[in-house]
Design a protein around this ligand. Structure first.
Ligand SMILES: [Mg+2]
Length: 213
């Protein structure tokens, strides 16, 4: 990346991303998963923790939580995302609805199992034809890369910085969805919200008019 391009990205200049070129992570991007982690820890396990305290993706480094409790909550989040009350991030459903108007949407998670999160996705994207929703669960962060490359994805919205470096090395441009755990300096494009994502997409005329209407 040239100095100029890097500078432009830091300033968050709008990119013109074609709808079929972009895919999304689920937890921490589409799903407000860590909010539920924190609320469950506080309300059900009496662990004093705030969302902003999670300043590392590997939260065990920064918050004082019994490992058994953490494992228990994570397992519940993996097995029962609907019942745990995980909600989509603000604006996500609207933007994904618009994207589905352009073609299939691809969601790629490192979760180890697909059925529970697929059920969550279709529950919260009720307005979208199931045939247009593709959910891949890879089990590892590394395995996200070949799937994206195979699908011709050029941009991936992700909250885990280590994964962003992997993406960049495979020529998939990471878009960092800002969270307390990805605030370290990095060279990538960043977005604060789905509204920011919406502005980066080169909508076809019909979607754009829906979006602004
Ligand atoms: Mg994530």
């Amino acid at each position: 990346m040239s100095h100029c391009a890097a500078k432009k990205r830091e300033e968050g200049k709008v990119e013109h991303i074609l709808p079929h070129e972009v895919a999304f992570d689920i937890d921490g991007v589409l799903a407000d998963t860590f909010r539920v982690f924190v609320e469950t820890a506080r309300n059900q396990y009496h662990v004093q923790v705030a969302y902003e305290d999670i300043t590392e993706y590997d939260f065990r480094k920064v918050i004082d939580i019994d490992m058994e409790i953490a494992r228990d909550i994570i397992q519940r989040i993996l097995d029962q995302p609907i019942q745990m009350g995980i909600m989509p991030m603000e604006g996500a459903v609207e933007v994904l609805n618009l994207l589905a108007g352009e073609g299939p949407i691809l969601l790629v998670t490192a979760r180890p199992g697909r059925p529970a999160i697929y059920e969550w996705v279709v529950e919260h994207l009720k307005g979208i034809d199931h045939d247009l929703i593709c959910v891949e669960a890879t089990g590892t962060h590394e395995e996200k890369i070949p799937i994206l490359v195979r699908q011709g994805i050029k941009y991936f919205v992700e909250d885990r910085l280590d994964t962003c470096y992997l993406l960049a090395s495979a020529n998939v441009t990471p878009i960092v969805f800002e969270q307390p755990w990805n605030q370290k300096p990095h060279p990538f494009i960043r977005v604060r919200s789905w509204e920011d994502i919406k502005k980066m997409i080169a909508w076809s005329r019909s979607s754009a008019s829906q979006g602004n209407g």
